[in-house]
Design a protein around this ligand. Structure first.
Ligand SMILES: C[S@@+](CC[C@H](N)C(=O)[O-])C[C@H]1O[C@@H](n2cnc3c(N)ncnc32)[C@H](O)[C@@H]1O
Length: 367
């Protein structure tokens, strides 16, 4: 069952279908995130998108991509009352208000995720009446996905925190970055955190290089991901605390012989929480984008009563795939029962961590 490889699997899809542990039924946090940024995205399109330029070209299709779309329903909340359909509505409105209604383009939305994503659930839920053509694009966004200068708008929510792999030194007993007894970097020594930071920088650099080729000049990119304000220690981010709890449960299970300690030592969650400062540096080094917005926001400000149970289910929906790939499926129920108890014991502390901004929101414009 165990899979002690030194690299992370290429993809780790969210739980598929619409059962009680599916991602579809358990993506409250992403939904909350979408709510908070809606108004911001509207403003950015109104202020920053140059429809005059688009209408003066012979191009008659406006192409949008949702990178790391998963299986919904946020993609569809996203689409209707939130991002994708909203983007199209706001763009259409802009054409009209600028007297360019006769140049109104047709719209095409590309839904991207790893090939192993449950695209069937996604496309089965597509409404028949929609104001765009829908296309699936399987593959990693750490690689080229679209032809040169073919996209006008890129959106990605809660996907860029997934690292493409982790550095081998995390598994090397002789390295200062050996992450013994933990599954994440939040409360680990600096060397471990640095290994994560280095991989994140590589991944974002590749991502920006690819998108710079694919976006038209003037095209906008809205990126939303877990974030940590500048100057706050990594162990203070709620995401880090949640992963620490998961690690503690795994260690307990190893002590009881349900899994081996070596299995825990060779498992690291490939998830990174970035600050505006480090993101800004990476974008500036790339040099192809203007930073229109870069801030941490508080996604839970408008969501009431997210229970501990919901948090457990949410985590399970997102992490079950990668955990069972490494430890096998048999331990999953036991692990998340333990996680549920552990986070209940410390729920107040966890809640208090959410007082800092936990979401990184940025808008980049291709120059
Ligand atoms: C937490 S889900 C977020 C889904 C959706 N955007 C939302 O906000 O609800 C993250 C998604 O990103 C996808 N993902 C992670 N790394 C990716 C990559 N390199 N290329 C494409 N998709 C990726 C995962 O497969 C997963 O479906």
């Amino acid at each position: 069952m165990s899979n002690n490889t030194d690299t992370v699997p290429e993809s780790y899809p969210m739980n598929s279908g619409d059962g009680t542990n599916s991602y579809t039924e358990n993506s409250y946090f992403q939904k909350a995130a979408t709510n908070v940024v809606k108004a911001k995205i509207d403003d950015v399109i109104a202020e920053k998108l140059d429809v005059k330029k688009n209408s003066s070209t012979s191009e008659s299709t406006f192409r949008l991509a949702d990178l790391g779309c998963s299986v919904g329903p946020n993609t569809f909340l996203t689409m209707h009352s939130h991002t994708m359909q909203n983007i199209i509505d706001v763009v259409q409105h802009k054409y009209q208000s600028q007297g360019l209604a006769s140049h109104m383009p047709e719209f095409q939305v590309f839904f991207n995720d790893h090939a192993s994503n449950d695209f069937n659930t996604l496309f089965a839920s597509l409404p028949q009446r929609r104001s765009y053509f829908a296309t699936r694009v399987p593959g990693s966004f750490h690689d080229r996905l679209f032809p040169e200068s073919s996209l006008h708008f890129v959106h990605s929510s809660y996907a860029l925190q997934w690292l493409s792999k982790l550095l081998e030194e995390l598994l090397n007993k002789n390295s200062a970055a050996w992450n013994k007894g933990r599954v994440h970097y939040a409360s680990a020594p600096d060397e471990v955190a640095q290994a994560y930071t280095d991989q994140f920088a590589k991944d974002i650099t590749t991502f920006l290089d690819c998108r710079a080729k694919e976006l038209v000049v003037g095209g906008l990119m809205v990126l939303i991901m877990p974030g940590i304000p500048n100057g706050i220690h990594r162990s203070s981010a709620p995401t880090g605390m949640i992963f620490d709890f998961l690690g503690l449960c795994l260690i307990d299970m190893a002590k009881e012989g349900l899994i081996s300690e070596a299995q825990v030592n060779t498992f690291n969650l490939p998830v990174y929480v970035a600050s505006p400062k480090e993101m800004t540096q990476l974008v500036e080094t790339n040099g192809c984008f203007n930073i229109e917005r870069m801030e941490t926001t508080q996604p839970r400000a408008r969501v009431d009563g997210i229970s501990g149970q919901a948090l457990t289910k949410h985590l399970r929906a997102g992490m079950e795939g990668i955990i069972s790939k490494h430890f096998g499926t048999k331990i999953i129920d036991e692990l998340f029962d333990r996680f549920s108890k552990k986070q209940q014991e410390s729920f107040n502390l966890l809640e208090s961590k959410y007082n800092v901004g936990t979401q990184l929101f940025m808008v980049l414009k291709r120059i």
